[in-house]
Design a binder for this molecule. Structure first.
Ligand SMILES: [Zn+2]
Ligand SMILES: [Zn+2]
Length: 368
């Protein structure tokens, strides 16, 4: 076991530093060495523990004066050696101290952190599924989706108290929801047993929600589906999830989108593919076609003379609008040539004539 460093040295402050300097020094050290910022770094963890230990003593006037007079020995074996304590234990035991420090920043405010972070209270996020037609996906639309779950009680505005009365601040925890007990030198925080962490008690419960403040209800939320949305995409509607505990912010609603298949079109990203049969004369002579668009309007397409089966005619910008609003994809028309299955006598005769008409060219070609 290594010898313990001097607490003032750990925090890098003078022996006569005032509480404010100590606080600042600790905050700096805690931010620098916090495990959320240094994942898997044992040295940083050790430094974080060391600084936390030092701060827990130097920030307390009584403990500080004991330490000033008697050093580490003066603090006895009251649990002040943190070097072997688990990180989680330290973080949870000092949660109050940390939230006091970093409160208002929403937890520790570390990007990408999250372990043991005290997140600000907020309602749960909700996920629902919604199916829209290809037409609606292309044009964009607003549609109501049903969200089942707890909703804020309208009779009491979510307070849980009978209308006309107010919830009272819990006397067990003075409204904090946390009961603190001291064991040795360490403060333990537990959920207040009197109010179960709510911080308030209700004398006359609301009849509508039995004092819970929430009721199970089906809500309808109007969701905007932007033009160009596709299947397997997810929309976020802020604040339309579950209501937060005791009036805090609601969670978000996530809508998983499915775009229905449209028999007329195949979608490839922002492009649409449609198939169109034309007759052999149309392919040979050329034609003008009217092509249906997903919004049921039509667009005309020129089929040039001599068009071969499988030719793709592309119409720029007639596909799906891009979500970034930079134009639209294309509509590709795959031209298929119908070969008649049944022929009338006259049709047979005409085709035979056509065959003889076309044959010399055929022979000339094959003779080279
Ligand atoms: Zn309480
Ligand atoms: Zn109510």
């Amino acid at each position: 076991m290594t010898e313990k460093r001097d607490y003032y040295e750990v925090l890098g402050v003078a022996r006569d530093a005032d509480p404010d300097d100590i606080r600042k020094a600790y905050r700096q050290a805690a931010l620098k060495h916090h495990p959320d910022r240094n994942p898997g770094d044992a040295t940083a963890e050790a430094k974080f523990k060391e600084a936390t230990e030092a701060y827990s003593v130097l920030s307390d006037a009584e403990k500080r004066s004991t330490y000033d007079r008697f050093g580490h020995a003066g603090l006895g074996s009251g649990g002040f050696d943190f070097s072997n304590a688990g990180m989680g234990d330290i973080l949870s035991q000092f949660q109050d101290m940390f939230s006091d420090f970093f409160g208002g920043m929403g937890g520790f405010g570390f990007p990408g952190g999250g372990r043991r972070r005290a997140a600000p209270p907020r309602g749960q996020d909700v996920r629902v599924e919604a199916t829209i037609s290809l037409k609606d996906a292309i044009a964009g639309c607003k549609k109501e989706v049903c969200v089942r779950g707890a909703a804020s009680c309208e009779q009491c505005n979510g307070s849980g108290a009978k209308p006309g009365t107010e919830p009272e601040r819990c006397v067990g925890c003075n409204g904090t929801g946390q009961a603190t007990t001291q064991r040795g030198f360490i403060m333990f925080s537990t959920t207040c047993p009197r109010c179960r962490g709510a911080g308030q008690t209700i004398k006359d419960p609301c009849a509508g929600c039995s004092g819970v403040g929430k009721v199970e209800r089906q809500r309808k939320v109007l969701v905007t589906f932007p033009a160009g949305i596709d299947s397997e995409q997810r929309l976020r509607v802020p604040g339309q999830g579950m209501p937060g505990p005791s009036g805090s912010a609601a969670g978000d609603l996530y809508v998983d989108v499915t775009v229905e298949d449209d028999a007329r079109f195949q979608r490839e990203g922002y492009d649409l593919i449609t198939r169109r049969e034309i007759s052999f004369p149309e392919a040979a002579l050329g034609a003008e076609l009217e092509i249906d668009l997903p919004d049921d309007s039509q667009v005309s397409v020129d089929v040039p003379a001599g068009t071969q089966p499988g030719t793709v005619l592309s119409l720029r910008g007639k596909g799906v609008p891009r979500l970034d609003q930079r134009g639209s994809g294309d509509l590709h028309v795959v031209v298929e040539v119908q070969v008649p299955r049944k022929l009338s006598k006259r049709a047979r005769q005409l085709l035979n004539e056509l065959e003889s008409e076309l044959t010399p060219t055929h022979e000339a070609a094959s003779l080279g």
